[in-house]
Design a binder for this molecule. Structure first.
Ligand code: FES
Length: 152
């Protein structure tokens, strides 16, 4: 499917641009480079307007993600309970900077802004698994479990 054919059905609908971007991301796993230009053309918007929407929502990805995505909460409660130290420990453990995907494409490390688990901070998410009172070893164990499950 072309980007235009994915995007066009959403023109004229309430929240159409956001829905169209979600549809593109669902199809490709991320928003390919020309998404801005195609969406701007189809919706008769400027590229800056489309770029503004894409950059406002953290859920939109500009590059392919790893098979396992580790999201670490960067919001207030988690920052106040060791969130920065957790990020440093994870970056060291996985040899990855926050926001990056490993060269082998098996892991992505990215920030998230509140997982609704503030009372058990610091919090993280590995794939669709929440990790409360997170530390690097706990997250590493969930990453390994997730990889084993995928391999079986
Ligand atoms: S602030 Fe981290 S889960 Fe809410």
């Amino acid at each position: 499917m072309t980007l235009a054919s994915i995007i066009e059905p959403y023109v004229g609908k309430t929240g159409g641009l956001i829905s169209a971007l979600h549809a593109v991301q669902k199809e490709h796993g991320f928003l390919p480079e020309d998404t801005e230009a195609v969406a701007a053309d189809v919706f008769n918007l400027t590229r800056a307007e489309v770029k503004g929407v894409i950059s406002f929502y953290h859920d939109f990805k500009r590059a392919p993600q790893g098979e396992t995505v580790v999201r670490v909460c960067a919001a207030e409660a988690c920052q106040a309970t060791g969130g920065r130290a957790l990020v440093a420990a994870l970056e060291k453990k996985f040899a990855l900077k926050m926001g990056d995907t490993s060269a082998s494409k098996d892991l992505t490390l990215e920030p998230v802004y509140c997982l609704g688990l503030c009372s058990c901070a610091p919090s993280a998410m590995v794939g669709d698994r929440l990790v409360a009172r997170a530390n690097a070893d706990k997250i590493g164990a969930v990453v390994e479990k997730t990889k084993k499950e995928r391999a079986s």
